[in-house]
Ligand binder design. Structure first.
Ligand SMILES: *[C@@H]1O[C@H](CO)[C@@H](O)[C@H](O)[C@H]1NC(C)=O
Ligand SMILES: *[C@@H]1O[C@H](CO)[C@@H](O)[C@H](O)[C@H]1NC(C)=O
Ligand SMILES: *[C@@H]1O[C@H](CO)[C@@H](O)[C@H](O)[C@H]1NC(C)=O
Ligand SMILES: *[C@@H]1O[C@H](CO)[C@@H](O)[C@H](O)[C@H]1NC(C)=O
Ligand SMILES: *[C@@H]1O[C@H](CO)[C@@H](O)[C@H](O)[C@H]1NC(C)=O
Ligand SMILES: *[C@@H]1O[C@H](CO)[C@@H](O)[C@H](O)[C@H]1NC(C)=O
Ligand SMILES: *[C@@H]1O[C@H](CO)[C@@H](O)[C@H](O)[C@H]1NC(C)=O
Ligand SMILES: *[C@@H]1O[C@H](CO)[C@@H](O)[C@H](O)[C@H]1NC(C)=O
Ligand SMILES: *[C@@H]1O[C@H](CO)[C@@H](O)[C@H](O)[C@H]1NC(C)=O
Ligand SMILES: *[C@@H]1O[C@H](CO)[C@@H](O)[C@H](O)[C@H]1NC(C)=O
Ligand SMILES: *[C@@H]1O[C@H](CO)[C@@H](O)[C@H](O)[C@H]1NC(C)=O
Ligand SMILES: *[C@@H]1O[C@H](CO)[C@@H](O)[C@H](O)[C@H]1NC(C)=O
Length: 482
């Protein structure tokens, strides 16, 4: 029952087997019936696989459609002005409770643009905001004060594709629409050293509060994907973040940076650098800026990082990091699962960090603390500014296919204080003498710990009774580079 066999005749030549032709005819038949029904019954128009007539929820008193401002979702037309006009219209609705911008299905190419307060950006299913690749459309912005530099080059840096600063009450959500940075050209230019400035993030919100990012997909950022900088009260929920796990340099998933009161939950992140990296500024610039990251909850995530780590803190942490809880996280097929990284010169602190219910599936190193991550903005850092690391707990850690379950490498100047391991069972695929490696670390293990902990820890049983005193707090037992 092929309804309209006419145009099919033209496509017959390339088919080399009857089976392929049969498969094609089935699809074509289904599609034409669907088209016919769609037109007849619902008034839904199905054209080239794009469904229009979607009904976004009304989340603000007033909603606009990007097409109201001249937007064209053909993947070729530049929509920067349409976005700017929409944002400008919404900025006038402050007293009325703000406005919502609906981005319909389609490919909406744009240069970077700024958000406004009391705004909801709503991406339909199959709506894709595409970042233009030509860097001349990307405005330069001053270096972040707590970094002193663009991260990769001195001086200014490219702004982000979707940017906001000094805002309140911003929501980016949708029916799982996508913001796609088309980072490929940036990664190539970065590798070939053709860029004179630090690449821009995909979404960067600075000096803002009451931010919600939910129910969307972020893909192929030129640089860090989602960068909340010096913000308060940020929720990131049910977001998918994707970049190639290989050859997509610095495509961190989420970088909470000098932020407080943040919740990151129910996300899937698979990227070319750290899935999450909590930061707070770099060496003397971060110390001077003095803004910690604190009160952060990260939970119910599945993350993957082939080149770096699932959940990182640092290495830029000069404003301090405290009160962080990471729980119910699965890290799979990754180089490292949990990483804390710092160096002399950073100053600051990392304390009250709790990890609970972690699962590692095929990772090379499970938990790593590194205190000589010697990457500095310039020679002006103070080599005697030693960060303080303390009060770090790992509770209920499971894993399989982990080559080195634990590697805590403190140093004489940066010793790691008050570390707790409670109930750990991380299987090993690679049999090596030192699989729970320690240097300059002090603390306790409680309950059943596999593999057997190093001698740096006091050992307690399930009942909390001391079984064995630490024997070798400062012994260096790190035998090979990971
Ligand atoms: C937005 O405008 C487009 C084009 O006019 C239309 O197809 C679509 O249904 C509109 N969407 C909403 C939510 O109004
Ligand atoms: C966004 O706003 C900031 C601050 O006003 C400005 O520096 C930047 O150039 C703006 N970005 C765009 C794309 O207009
Ligand atoms: C996550 O987002 C998807 C797509 O928008 C939605 O269908 C789903 O209900 C959301 N889940 C949660 C837990 O919010
Ligand atoms: C959202 O889209 C991404 C990318 O297509 C997909 O991997 C993810 O499963 C989707 N999320 C939901 C909740 O449907
Ligand atoms: C970088 O600077 C060089 C020398 O000034 C210039 O030729 C080149 O076009 C610049 N590249 C970019 C991407 O701006
Ligand atoms: C945090 O932001 C959310 C979303 O805007 C808002 O509903 C909530 O009231 C804010 N919380 C505080 C403590 O301000
Ligand atoms: C995300 O999607 C869920 C499920 O549809 C919905 O309940 C929730 O309100 C959405 N979140 C936002 C911020 O739009
Ligand atoms: C730690 O952070 C949690 C979650 O944000 C918060 O509820 C709690 O009050 C914070 N604790 C301290 C001591 O600030
Ligand atoms: C532990 O985390 C996993 C996800 O990695 C989750 O399925 C499980 O329910 C969590 N267990 C508890 C006790 O919360
Ligand atoms: C990283 O990716 C490469 C190339 O696909 C692969 O050979 C390697 O095993 C991966 N490493 C990890 C830790 O998954
Ligand atoms: C050690 O850290 C734990 C939490 O990780 C905390 O409850 C305890 O008070 C700390 N002990 C000292 C002596 O600071
Ligand atoms: C271990 O090293 C730390 C820092 O260098 C020092 O304060 C402490 O006294 C040393 N402990 C022992 C038992 O040698």
């Amino acid at each position: 029952m092929v309804e309209n066999p006419g145009p099919l005749a033209r496509f017959q030549a390339p088919f080399t087997s009857h089976r392929t032709l049969f498969a094609f005819l089935c699809v074509a038949t289904f599609a034409s019936v669907f088209l016919w029904q769609g037109n007849e019954i619902n008034g839904f128009l199905v054209l080239g696989g794009v469904v229009s007539g979607w009904t976004p929820p009304l989340l603000r008193p007033v909603a606009f459609n990007l097409t109201d401002f001249g937007g064209v979702g053909d993947g070729v037309t530049l929509n920067t002005v349409a976005f700017e006009r929409a944002v400008s219209a919404i900025s006038k609705l402050r007293e009325k409770g703000g406005g919502q911008l609906n981005v319909p299905p389609g490919l909406w190419l744009t240069a970077p643009f700024n958000l406004t307060s009391h705004m909801t950006l709503f991406l339909a299913q199959d709506a894709v905001i595409l970042g233009i690749q030509d860097e001349k459309y990307w405005p330069l912005m001053p270096a972040l004060p707590s970094y002193g530099y663009g991260r990769e080059h001195p001086g200014p840096r490219y702004g982000s594709l979707i940017h906001g600063q000094n805002l309140r009450d911003v929501v980016i959500t949708g029916h799982n629409g996508t913001i796609n940075g088309q980072g490929q050209s940036w990664w190539t230019k970065y590798r070939e050293k053709l860029l004179n400035h630090t690449r821009g993030p995909l979404v960067q919100i600075m000096w803002s509060s009451d931010i919600v990012i939910a129910n969307i997909t972020l893909r192929d950022s030129p640089f860090w994907t989602l960068h909340p900088y010096d913000c308060k009260n940020v929720t990131i929920k049910n977001v998918t973040i994707l970049a190639p796990v290989y050859h997509a340099p610095n495509t961190d998933g989420i970088d909470p940076d000098s932020c407080e009161d943040m919740l990151i939950e129910d996300c899937y992140i698979s990227v070319g650098d750290d899935a999450i990296a909590i930061k707070s500024g770099w060496d003397q610039y971060g110390i001077a800026y003095g803004k910690p990251s604190k009160n952060i909850i990260i939970r119910n995530l599945v993350v993957r990082s082939n080149v770096s780590a699932g959940i990182s803190i640092g290495s830029e942490m000069s404003g301090g990091v405290s009160n962080v809880t990471v729980e119910n996280v699965l890290v799979w097929e990754s180089r490292r699962a949990i990483r804390i990284k710092t160096a002399p010169g950073r100053g600051g602190y990392m304390r009250q960090i709790t990890y609970r219910n972690l699962t590692f599936n095929n990772v090379r190193v499970g938990i790593v603390i590194k205190t000589n991550y010697n990457e500095h903005p310039d020679a002006g850092y103070d080599p005697l500014a030693f960060p303080v690391l303390s009060d770090i707990s790992f509770i209920n850690v499971r894993g399989q296919g982990v080559r080195v379950p634990v590697r805590i490498e403190g140093s004489k100047e940066i010793s790691v204080r008050n570390v707790t391991f409670q109930d750990m069972n991380v299987g090993i695929t690679y049999k090596k003498k030192h699989i729970f490696q320690c240097a300059f670390v002090e603390g306790r293990v409680i309950g059943t710990i596999f593999p057997a902990p190093c001698g740096n820890f006091d050992q307690y049983n399930e009942q909390g009774e001391l079984v064995k005193h630490a024997v070798s707090q400062n012994v260096t037992d790190i035998d090979y580079e990971i």
